[in-house]
Design a protein around this ligand. Sequence first.
Ligand SMILES: Nc1nc2c(ncn2[C@@H]2O[C@H](COP(=O)(O)OP(=O)(O)OP(=O)(O)O)[C@@H](O)[C@H]2O)c(=O)[nH]1
Ligand SMILES: [Mg+2]
Length: 613
Amino acid sequence: MGAPFAGRCSTSWRDVSGAARQMAPNALASTLTPFLYPCLLDRSFPIITRKQLRTFRHVAQPSRPRRRLALPVHTRRQTTSAEAAADAPAVDVNQYDHLTPEPPDFSSASFTDACTLTLAAGAGGHGCISFLREKYISHGPPNGGDGGTGGSVYIQAVRGETSLHKLARRGILKAGRGKNGQGSLRGGSRGEDILVVVPVGTVVREISRHDPLVEEDAAARRAKGFGSDADEHDIDPDAEGADQTRQWRRDKWLLFPGILPKAFTTADFPPLPRPRRSNLAATEPPGPIRLDLSQPMAQPLLLASGATGGLGNPHFVTKTLHKPKFATKGEDATRIHLQLELKLLADVGLVGLPNAGKSTLLRALTNSRTRVGSWAFTTLAPSVGTVVLDNHTGRPALAAPDPVTGMRKAGRTNFTIADIPGLIEDAHLDRGLGLGFLRHIERAAVLAFVVDLAAGDAVAALRGLWREVGEYEQLRKREVAAETRRAGGDETEEEDGAEGDQGGMVAYTPYENPPAFDPEDPSSTHMVLPPLALPPISGKPWLVIATKADLPATQDNFAALQCYLREVQEGRQPHPSGKVGAWRRRLEAVPVCAMKREGVSGIAGVILGLLDG
Ligand SMILES: Nc1nc2c(ncn2[C@@H]2O[C@H](COP(=O)(O)OP(=O)(O)OP(=O)(O)O)[C@@H](O)[C@H]2O)c(=O)[nH]1
Ligand SMILES: [Mg+2]
């Protein structure tokens, strides 16, 4: 019961409630509300408890409005079509346009293209200490089951996933722990596996790893006087004292209830069994993990196998010890700290200054609903659109027939275009949104430089864009070289213009055609494949799309751009990237007004020529 309201009003609740009981609720509401509500609001009503107030509120609820009866049809006033048109809000049905969209038409998907993630395999379940108890067998033999193996962590690249934002939010993913063993020799069940689903195009790099078994081995080596860099083959695992460090590890043993911990020092404990790995561990990729999941995977790939479970007490029966009252705990599991980086897979990458019209162009070419606005950095996340060719019927490939088979490639029915946020001058110094988004055009087969003809010198803009792309390429090379050094691989850096490397990255190939596994070769696993070779960015075919050609006084700018490209193609001008072996076979500039879809239809043909040529 709440505290009563204190007040000065002389009317008592009893008077009001007595009156209320005699009146119909609606009548009460209409009669008393003008009087009561001010009293209640300034808390001047005497001794009304909260419960009474609730009762009053219930009584004074205004009744629901009555349902109106439908009028007979003949009594309704018929409105003429002219009147209806005058009353209706002025909506121009032709006003909506895919290229000048309103905010509700913008797609707003969350997008994350890089994140770190910790994956923890499941720990093993504990072994069980149990003894057979049956009628007439009061002290039977030990029958504790082994602990279950922990859950494993798998990864799979699938089509349909487009972003890493869900994983970025999780931070850590843990597989299930194995269940403990039980009596009657019942082993614990396996822990639950987890599957990390990533978009196709994700690059996975291992940052660090916590492997309890490796750390225990290292500790054992140190205890025996070997340096941490001692070769594994130098150490005899069965040597006297090899398991000394594990023997007295209290935390590895489970004791029967009632046994005091001091029994560890007095009882004749067997040596702790050597740590075991589950059989699945043999199929893990060799660490440190570096994967390029550039294809959809038919099956998940194991990243970290669960730890093995502990041993039940029957394992410790000896000639002298018939009823061991101890079992071992399950092993701790591996934890891997990974960096995931998504590099969108698109055939064409749009590169341009902010506000150049990239997103409008993407909307003109595809059904993309990317945001468009007349200010810089409208686009904050990359988006990919698909250009459908000839209504999905495909078109004959332009490439020459294969000299061996004499067959032409299958007709292409579509190609994809990636729109990324705009680059500004000195983006490599982290101005604007930086260069990070260029990772999404790294794998594109063709680069389309989008230049705004109405925003000053188009040639200077093109040179500025190439400068930033060149800086990005240098940055990536340094990163890859550092990563290769960390992984203990080849330290030599690739020469400019040579085949691009992936920092020893292992490209994933579906399981259908696994390379032969050679048990004699320690480096041979089903994952080791030739490194992926991509041409450097300056070696990719490229074109220039000159936007806003509808605006006045842009013709001269376009003519100067065309002249510059012709000179670059003929070798009279250096390539804008400054690289010697850069691509300059067929340089074209396409003038368009993306907002009115003018000149856009020719772009698909030019791009197809570069893609298939
Ligand atoms: N006149 C004219 N305006 C255009 C054309 N293309 C785009 N615009 C306008 O230019 C402005 C910028 O267009 P966006 O497509 O958002 O430019 P963006 O390059 O994607 O810009 P960021 O996302 O900031 O990098 C918008 O107001 C468009 O309507 C064109 O061909 N002609
Ligand atoms: Mg944009």
